[in-house]
Design a protein around this ligand. Structure first.
Ligand SMILES: [Zn+2]
Length: 78
């Protein structure tokens, strides 16, 4: 059985047998589609909502609205 994971940064699907897995000190496993995404989140601690090439990109930053809808979206998927 093959599971498709979403990239933790850009939100795009990761093809099976590709991508990068990263384990945080807390033991949390994070998956990335590319080194670009891994560096953006881990090394630069960027916010994916600020980048047009991510699925999480939102043209206008509305912090109060984004925080609520974001957590709901995560649970709705899969
Ligand atoms: Zn990605």
């Amino acid at each position: 059985m093959v599971r498709i994971f979403q990239c933790a940064f850009c939100g795009h699907d990761i093809e099976p047998m590709t991508g990068i897995s990263f384990v945080r000190k807390s033991g949390q496993l994070i998956r990335f589609c590319s080194k670009k995404c891994r560096r953006s989140l881990i090394d630069f601690k960027r916010d994916p909502r600020k980048f047009k090439w991510t699925k999480k990109y939102t043209p206008k930053m509305q912090p109060s609205v984004i925080d609520e809808s974001d957590s709901e979206n995560e649970q709705d998927k899969t």
